[in-house]
Design a protein around this ligand. Structure first.
Ligand code: DLL
Length: 436
């Protein structure tokens, strides 16, 4: 089943023509409404009339997360404030979060993209779908929620936490679909085991998983544990939220909602566009967004684009799984974490030396972040005889990290000069999750 056959199965020529028209309109709007973009376009000697087809996109400047931070909070907004009906904010940025405002039309397009994804996963209005992405500033919860409602299925806004109650509802309400992070799906199965509930006691049959990298091994484990079919859904808050792309039943990559988000792959070093089939950094241009449209936004996600025919009948370009990042961002329990955020917390505490190591493990299917940091010599008398008691310091650090990162971390204070110093590439992060 296909939600919007006209847009999901367009001929390549028609799609490119539509994209070209939308790009021209977008550049015109940005040129006239967003001083940041007008300057960038003028600096590059480009006027909206230079954009005659989608091929002209390569003439346009890139946008980075730093540009979003520099224009905090509303500098990139392209419409009057009165048109904005919802604002989300990113997790995991140093300093200012990334603010994204949506107009009514943006929310309606997002709900349509989400409905396309859910339909592609085989979900219909007969289903009951529990949304267990976090509700709030994160786009996962509300994004999926509106999609389920748009489709006409029943939504159960479970959010995260209260997992035992959630398991009970899955069983008692005969919930058939679930949308959550893949690691939460694994955690759910642990909770089911603890409660003595098996996959035969529940009616779940399909899951929409994303917001963090996951492998085919995880897919099989989730499918076996829950007795469901597991689909990948991708997105990022700067562009829209979940449903920038979604898998179909063929599961050979995820179809991009290309009539709204134009994808490119670039070499992250040279910034030159790469052809289909080559791995590089994903870049998106929002072709129809009104609230905060972005030109050639560098996602930092590494992937591959495929343009071959898909057996499902959809013609939209597909992207491969996210294979990594071209920056050092970690995704821990679905929350984006930059090492620089942790570093700034450590350096704000006088007892901490600037020598630290971050270790990420997966324990009982949950990500655990451990921050090891050396104490400064002047606070460290001898042995573990310290001027500030270790537990006081550890607790202080834990609280500060929690308030900055929105996730809890374990903290281990180390004696001075005990963490390995590396001469070459820093070994700051040890990721034992093996998700790649
Ligand atoms: O994670 C939006 C989302 C919510 C997507 C629910 C899917 C489901 P952000 O918090 O802005 O938005 O994080 C975006 O998460 O750049 C990727 O690095 C990563 N990511 C998202 N989906 C996937 C996926 C949401 N399916 C960042 N596979 C992106 C791998 C993913 N990584």
């Amino acid at each position: 089943m296909i939600w919007n056959e006209h847009k999901e199965c367009m001929s390549r020529e028609q799609m490119r023509e539509l994209q070209g028209k939308r790009l021209h309109k977008l550049v015109d709007i940005l040129y006239h409404n967003v001083p940041f973009y007008r300057k960038k376009l003028q600096d590059a000697d480009i006027s909206p009339d230079d954009i005659l087809s989608i091929d002209d996109i390569v003439k346009l400047p890139f946008t980075t997360k730093q540009d979003l931070r520099d224009n905090y909070p509303f500098g990139l907004q392209a419409c009057p404030q009165s048109e904005i009906i919802r604002i989300h904010a990113s997790t995991g940025t140093t300093g200012n979060p990334t603010i994204v405002g949506y107009t009514r039309k943006d929310i309606s397009i997002w709900s349509e993209c989400m409905a396309r994804a859910l339909t592609s996963f085989g979900i219909t209005k007969e289903d009951r779908v529990s949304v267990a992405y976090g509700y709030g500033l994160f786009t996962g919860g509300l994004g999926a929620h509106y999609g389920v409602e748009n489709l006409g299925a029943s939504v159960i806004p479970a959010s995260t936490g209260s997992t035992e109650k959630h398991v009970k509802l899955i069983k008692d309400l005969g919930i058939t679909g679930i949308a959550c992070t893949p690691s939460y799906a694994l955690y759910l199965t642990e909770t089911m085991n603890k409660l003595g509930i098996t996959k035969d006691d529940i009616s779940l049959r399909v899951g929409a998983f994303g917001a963090e990298p996951w492998t085919d091994n995880m897919r099989h484990e989730i499918e076996n544990n829950l007795g469901i079919k597991a689909y990948n859904i991708y997105g990022l808050s700067e562009i829209m939220g979940p449903s920038v792309s979604y898998e179909c039943e063929c599961q050979h990559g995820s179809h991009i909602n290309e009539d709204h988000f134009y994808p490119e792959i670039i070499d992250p070093e040279t910034l030159k566009p790469l052809p289909y089939g080559q791995q590089g950094e994903l870049v998106f241009t929002t072709l129809t967004k009104e609230g905060m449209p972005l030109l050639r936004y560098r996602t930092r996600d590494l992937s591959i684009l495929y343009d071959g025919q898909c057996e499902c009948g959809r013609t939209n370009v597909r992207m491969g799984r996210i294979m990594g990042r071209s920056d050092d961002m970690l995704i821990i329990r679905g929350i984006n974490v930059f090492p620089s955020q942790i570093e700034s917390v450590l350096l704000s505490i006088p007892e901490c030396a600037p020598h630290y190591q971050l270790i990420v493990d997966r324990v009982n299917n949950l990500d655990v972040l451990t921050v090891q940091v050396e104490m400064r010599q002047e606070y460290f008398v001898s042995g573990f005889d310290t001027l500030t008691p270790i537990t006081t310091l550890e607790n202080k650090l834990k609280d500060k990290l929690k308030s900055v990162l929105s996730i809890s971390a374990k903290v281990q204070i180390k004696a001075p000069n005990t963490l390995t110093r590396s001469e070459g590439k820093s070994k700051l992060i040890i990721d034992n999750r093996k998700i790649e």
